[in-house]
Design a protein around this ligand. Structure first.
Ligand SMILES: [Zn+2]
Length: 266
């Protein structure tokens, strides 16, 4: 058998982390690194295929990841840092939103959203600086949120859950810490805890559909058919196009059948 194929060689700047993979919908380990794809024969690299790339969040289960050319990494990282700096400066000035090139964006959510990408581009030191600034300025709510995200990346879900709980205590009407906490429970298979947290988030959230979509997953896993059917109905009311989606309608009817109720859709 001739073994010919292509794979990444010359891996550098390796970062190991934990996170959720969109491609295979699993939570687990991933790696980020810089390398170049080569055509190989018996795993001996023979032909370079394209330029060097930064591979980010390459999932251990399905091998999917985000690829960007290595030459673009400094610009991407610089833009992300500048954006994070602006969010941080606005927060320190007592604002909840910052001007992101003409669009007003929420400071805390933007900071939290940048952490994973910063880690994947080896900017751990910068994440530490952000955390230190938040702590020093007494921005406790955002500090706990960002810290939760950072320790989650480092593979410490228990510590992350603790941080998100502290954030929720600081701002009991905010949904962001609850959504983050719910995800930790869901990823860890603690379905009842996930349910309690997401149901509370649903009460508070302005984006009901966003929470209901996650609750579909939770009720499905819990085999709570009645709640699942009810949640599909709420989703269909909020987003009528979803009632045209065959997969959703099928799942809804199945839940109705198992719950022993008549579907509201034909
Ligand atoms: Zn995956």
């Amino acid at each position: 058998m001739i073994v010919f194929g292509s794979r990444m060689y010359g891996r550098k700047h390796l970062v190991k982390g934990w996170g959720y993979c969109e491609a295979c919908a699993t939570y687990g380990k991933h790696i980020s690194y810089t390398g170049r794809k080569w055509g190989h024969l018996y795993f001996i690299p023979l032909i370079p295929l394209g330029s060097r790339m930064r591979v980010m969040k390459q999932c251990k289960s399905c091998s999917n990841g985000v690829h960007i050319p290595e030459k673009d990494v400094p610009t991407t990282l610089n833009e992300l840092r500048q954006r994070t700096d602006r969010a941080l400066a606005a927060l320190i000035a007592g604002q909840k939103e910052f001007d992101d090139n003409g669009t007003m964006m929420p400071c805390s959510a933007s900071l939290v959203g940048a952490i994973e990408l910063l880690y994947c581009m080896s900017a751990q030191d910068y994440v530490r600086l952000v955390l230190a600034a938040l702590e020093e300025k007494g921005l406790t709510y955002t500090y706990h949120l960002v810290r939760g995200e950072a320790v989650e990346f480092e593979g410490k879900p228990g510590e992350a859950a603790g941080a998100y709980k502290l954030a929720a205590d600081c701002e009991p009407t905010e949904t962001l810490p609850l959504m983050a906490l719910g995800a930790v429970h869901l990823n860890g298979g603690d379905l009842e805890d996930a349910r309690a947290v997401y149901e509370k988030a649903l009460e508070l959230s302005d984006d009901k559909f966003g929470v209901l979509r996650v609750l579909l997953k939770v009720y499905g896993a819990l085999k709570d058919h009645a709640k699942l059917a009810e949640t599909y109905e709420a989703c269909f009311t909020l987003v009528p196009e979803l009632a045209q989606d065959k997969k959703s309608v099928k799942a809804y009817k199945k839940a109705c059948k198992k719950a022993g109720k008549q579907p509201a859709l034909k």
